[in-house]
Design a protein around this ligand. Structure first.
Ligand code: PLP
Length: 423
């Protein structure tokens, strides 16, 4: 097993053998040699239908020909200039065309950077310090947001990592998703002190949790009434749910949007987008500082432009919705047949099965799922050639390159795996 050998070697030089903790899958992570279309090919010669897709970064499929061709052309012309290139403008124009709440854009290199600076921008713009964060909504690995709820539902948070000083997060207040009362209470208790509410419009880092009825509309209204900025972290949902993101799907428009993943067409990217009046608080126009050596680099820009061109001209979202429904209906049928009462959620090309019989409305519901059984399920599928992200709290994704046969094969394997576990 080469993957196992590589892992042993990696553990000596890379912390835990990985460069991002969720990859530290048991008994060992897969080492991938190449990826094409819907499939990953590992160093041992196995192939897998991929539902992780770079944790949602890939929407067209791995090494999509048109995107690869454009990247290759650009590599020949240089990878970083340290000054400006036209593709920064073209990609920004496309973002503004599709993301309705955006009038200007600042490109960065990761989602973490995008949300970190979006929060700084909101604080600079409103001249207020406190932020409201939703429990289970992930915004990257930086201090202000690595916070979970304290003992009460709406108390000040506690850090979810060592190395975060309490004073750094004393301005972060954590509330449950889909809980309007909690937001109302916190705003009342912290009158005129809250700069922003930041949330994923659809939680994609606690499995897949959808907003109830008018929850997003409620967030829009209450933030407007109280001079609080609403930040939608669309790093997963942007260009995945639709060209206009979740904000277009739900018709609720935030003040600031953060983007990443799909926008980079498989290369590192992040973006902050908002109306001009807010964006111009950023340096060099304004006094909120933000900078990055690789920001707007021509390779990420070209990959993003090429990806958006395909999303604009082909019927990508129709196909993704069809495949999403097909896998959702297939899983629901299998669960019914096996008399398992687990909950399944799907939105477009995002889906997750919770090993939990109750509705999942927030993080607290999600963590009551049977995580160990999920991991067993994930492992059994892996051995059958289906790759799901290795956690109950990740979301599965489908790409434009997935075929009907891929979905049929996956459903057969899902049924087999569930039968093996619940014999
Ligand atoms: C919604 C959301 N925001 C922010 C991030 C952080 O992005 P990155 O890992 O590119 O820093 C992620 C990453 O998974 C994410 O899903």
């Amino acid at each position: 097993m080469k993957s196992k050998q590589f892992y042993e070697r990696a553990k000596k030089v890379l912390v835990g053998g990985v460069n991002s903790p969720v990859r530290a899958m048991k008994p060992h992570p897969l080492f991938i040699k190449r990826a094409k279309g819907s499939r990953l090919y590992d160093v041992d010669g196995n192939s897998y239908i991929d539902y992780c897709l770079g944790f949602g970064a890939i929407i067209l499929g791995h090494a999509f020909d048109y995107v690869v061709q454009k990247i290759k052309e650009q590599v020949d012309n240089g990878t970083i200039y340290g000054t400006c290139n036209e593709y920064e403008i073209i990609l920004a124009e496309k973002v503004i065309k599709h993301i309705k709440s955006a009038e200007m854009v600042r490109f960065v290199n990761t989602g973490t950077e995008a949300t970190m600076h979006a929060i700084r921008l909101a604080r600079g713009y409103t001249r207020k310090n406190k932020i409201i964060k939703i429990e289970g909504s992930y915004h990257g690995a930086f201090d202000y947001v690595l916070v979970k709820a304290g003992s009460g539902a709406t108390t000040f948070g506690i850090p979810t990592s060592e190395g975060i000083p309490e004073e750094t997060i004393k301005n972060t207040i954590v509330v449950p998703f889909n809980d309007k009362d909690a937001v109302e209470r916190v705003i009342k208790e912290n009158k005129d002190e809250i700069a922003c509410i930041i949330t994923e419009p659809v939680l994609g880092n606690a499995g897949l949790i959808l907003p109830e009825n008018d929850y997003l509309k409620f967030l829009r209204e209450i933030t407007e009434e109280n001079d609080i900025l609403l930040i939608f972290d669309e790093i997963i949902t942007g260009f995945r749910i639709s060209l206009g993101g979740a904000q277009e799907y739900y018709k609720v428009y935030p003040d600031i949007t953060t983007l990443g993943k799909v926008l980079g067409g498989g290369l590192p990217i992040g973006a902050i987008a908002a109306r001009k009046e807010i964006m111009e608080y950023l340096a060099p126009c304004g006094k909120v500082y933000q900078a990055g050596t690789f920001s707007g680099n021509p390779i990420s820009m070209v990959a993003g432009v090429a990806t958006l061109e395909i999303l604009e001209r082909e019927n990508v979202y129709e196909k993704l919705e069809y495949l999403g429904k097909k896998i959702y209906n297939g899983i629901v049928d299998i669960l019914q047949k096996l008399n398992l009462k687990f909950k399944v959620y799907q939105l477009g090309s995002m889906f997750q099965i919770y090993f939990n019989e109750n509705e999942i409305k927030n993080y607290n519901d999600a963590i009551k799922s049977d995580k160990d059984k999920f991991l067993e399920f994930q492992r059994r599928l892996l051995y059958k050639g289906i790759y799901l992200p290795p956690s109950q709290f990740e979301c599965n994704f489908i790409s434009y390159s997935h075929s009907y046969d891929d979905i049929n094969e996956t459903l057969i394997k899902i049924e087999e795996a569930l039968k093996e576990i619940w014999k």
